[in-house]
Design a protein around this ligand. Structure first.
Ligand code: ATP
Ligand code: MG
Length: 601
């Protein structure tokens, strides 16, 4: 019921068309009855009483009724198809818009294949209900009701005996619905897993081949594929169990009719013509009964699919754009972290992070892998919210700044680079669609990407494959950097952006950044000390804590962890052991005070 109410919201706009379709269905159903009536008249008047002159009239009416029947069906079918396709289009839009509004957390927790099956298979189940099930169900109810009423009028005894079958059919259909519903949910669940396996396999085809795991992947697919077959067979088994029962009950109406109707005819209570007519009408009662299982089936599929879609539509993004006091402004780029504690699930990945970055500062963030560097910068763009403490941009809590405004002012070259299957130019201009070619070339030059781009077969118009297939790691990084630079943000975040380029290129990129982009607050995440050496403030992270901070020289003079890594690991934190933190750093008051000290650098 809830599913129908939900769908009702989408259908409302098309009420007029649906009423028109219902009227056409009523006309369609009414003219269906002309045929058995004419048959009855032909038997009584023409065959039994020999009024041959009437034959032509009856046949003409018969022919006209068939024509009206087909025409009404045709128009109704088209109308309902129009409604269903339009509703599905709107529904698809809503789902897609929802996907745009959901945040990192949702996409981390949801399988792509699952989402794809909602956008395709589930969508189709909903469409089918609108395009055919609803109209056919209405038609069959009218047909059965008028059929039974006609029988009643002709002979109440006959009508009553046929009506006796209806409760049986009702019970069987109800039971079928109850049993089949959880099974449909199961089928859809396995189907989305099947989609996920295929999708992941295609996306990860390089990894599969690199590790020669083809057989493993085939086996994995086989397993889900088998499971899908089993669930579908179970589905069919349920269907096969109830359909004969429903069919049997429906067929009983024939037996009852022959028995009761025959007795009435023999007793002379009805004429042979009436008997023939009723025999024709009987079909109008039997066929809705037979089809009831099919309707229940389609409706249950629809309910199962709609549950999944409604869940998605009801999912609220974790990041809400509420309590916004600042909107549409150009931010200056001061970034403050005050006692920031952050965890993805239960495990804390950032603990008491405090620092101030003034507009134009370059902040280096360095630390072993998994120390929380990417998590830290993700809080600036408000991809996540901290559990405790707060992040401020220009001294305003990011929770009070419109999310779009933040993201217009913060540009990020992410560690996990995503390139669309489009031209290089379109990929660079992704954040600024109205950028000119000159703008694109300018940032490509700054990112040291111009040289390799013009050497490509189509230059800036070269289409890169999905996720940037066909480009080297360093090339992808430089395109991502150019893309981030083009946005001309107040805050620029480069997450591991130059890790795959050689030192010399990295140096030249940094020089350009210093020259042309010095007014931006820049966060450089790196594992090589050489990448952050010139930063105004370097934060050294280990296990989610800022364990040391200061400029390169200050950090060296501390002769602590940073110094050790610089001396012993060739300045590369990737090979560095985690810093074992003593309890001193657990002291909250001590850590709270650091914000001011850090702020002064
Ligand atoms: N989406 C996520 N859900 C749950 N845990 C996560 C998620 N992303 C990261 N983590 C965990 O949070 C911790 C910090 O991860 P983060 O990506 O911030 O590290 P990092 O310093 O950027 O590492 P790297 O140098 O390898 O990029 C890690 O222990 C990681 O396993
Ligand atoms: Mg990272």
């Amino acid at each position: 019921m809830e599913a129908l109410r939900w769908l009702g919201g989408y259908i409302k706009k098309y009420t007029f068309i649906i009423i028109l379709a219902a009227v056409l269905t009523l006309i369609h159903v009414t003219v269906i009855f002309i045929s058995p009536y004419m048959s009855g008249f032909i038997v009584d008047d023409v065959i039994v009483n020999g009024k041959y002159a009437l034959l032509g009239k009856y046949l003409t009416i018969l022919l006209a009724s068939v024509a009206v029947k087909e025409i009404t069906w045709y128009i109704r079918q088209n109308l309902m198809e129009h409604v269903s396709q339009s509703v599905i289009k709107n529904l698809r839009c809503d789902l897609y818009e929802k996907l745009q509004r959901l945040d990192f957390k949702f996409f981390v927790e949801t399988r792509t294949g699952d989402l794809m099956s909602r956008m395709t298979g589930d969508m189709d189940a909903v469409r089918l209900v609108m395009a055919s099930t609803m109209a056919n169900l209405f038609q069959m109810i009218c047909l059965g009701a008028i059929g039974l009423a006609t029988m009643f009028l002709a002979s109440p005894i006959l009508g009553l005996s046929l009506l006796a079958i209806v409760p049986f059919i009702g019970v069987f259909a109800f039971k079928y619905s109850r049993v089949s519903k959880p099974q449909f949910l199961k089928v859809r669940e396995v189907l989305s897993r099947l989609n996920s396996v295929v999708q992941e396999n295609i996306s990860g085809n390089r990894a599969v081949k690199a590790f020669s795991r083809e057989q493993f992947e085939i086996d994995k697919f086989e397993k889900v594929n088998n499971e899908y077959r089993t669930e579908q067979l179970e589905n069919v088994a349920i269907w096969n169990k109830y359909v004969p029962l429903i069919d049997f009950a429906a067929a009983m109406t024939n037996v009852i009719f022959i028995f009761v109707g025959g007795a009435l005819a023999i007793a002379g209570k009805i004429s042979i013509g009436q008997f023939t007519m009723m025999n024709g009408i009987l079909w109008c009662i039997v066929s809705p009964m037979q089809m009831i299982g099919g309707f229940a089936n389609q409706i249950q599929q629809f309910v199962a699919s709609s549950v999944k879609m409604r869940t998605l539509l009801d999912t609220e993004p974790a990041i809400k754009n509420e309590k916004v006091t600042v909107d549409h402004v150009k931010l200056k780029g001061k970034v403050t972290f005050k006692n920031v504690i952050f965890s993805y699930d239960d495990e804390r990945v950032l603990k008491y992070v405090n620092f101030v970055a003034n507009p134009g500062d370059t902040i280096g963030i360095i630390g072993p892998t998994g120390s929380g560097k990417s998590s830290l910068v993700n809080l600036i763009s408000r991809f996540y919210d901290p559990d405790n403490g707060a992040v401020y941009i220009d001294d305003i809590n990011v929770k009070n700044i419109d999310v779009t405004t933040i993201r217009q002012n913060v540009s990020m070259a992410m560690q996990d680079i995503f390139l669309f299957s489009d031209t290089i130019e379109a990929n660079i201009a992704y954040g600024v669609p109205d950028a000119t070619h000159e703008d694109v070339v300018r940032v490509a030059k700054a990112a040291d990407a111009h040289e390799f781009i013009i050497k490509m077969p189509e230059g800036y118009d070269t289409i890169v494959g999905e996720r940037g297939v066909g480009l080297s790691g360093g090339q992808k990084q430089r395109i991502a950097l150019a893309r981030a630079l083009l946005k001309d943000p107040a805050i620029l975040i480069l997450d591991d952006t130059t890790s795959a380029v050689d030192m010399e290129t990295e140096y030249s990129i940094q020089e350009t950044l210093k020259k042309s982009y010095s007014n931006k607050t820049t966060f450089i995440i790196a594992h090589r000390i050489s990448s952050v050496k010139n930063a105004d403030l370097i934060l050294v992270l280990s296990k989610g804590r800022v364990i040391e901070w200061g400029t390169h020289d200050v950090l060296l003079s501390k002769k602590g962890y940073y110094y050790e890594v610089y001396e012993n690991q060739f300045g590369d934190f990737n090979n560095a052991p985690d810093f074992e933190i003593d309890n001193y750093y657990e002291d909250e008051q001590f850590l709270e005070r650091q914000v001011y000290r850090n702020g002064k650098k």
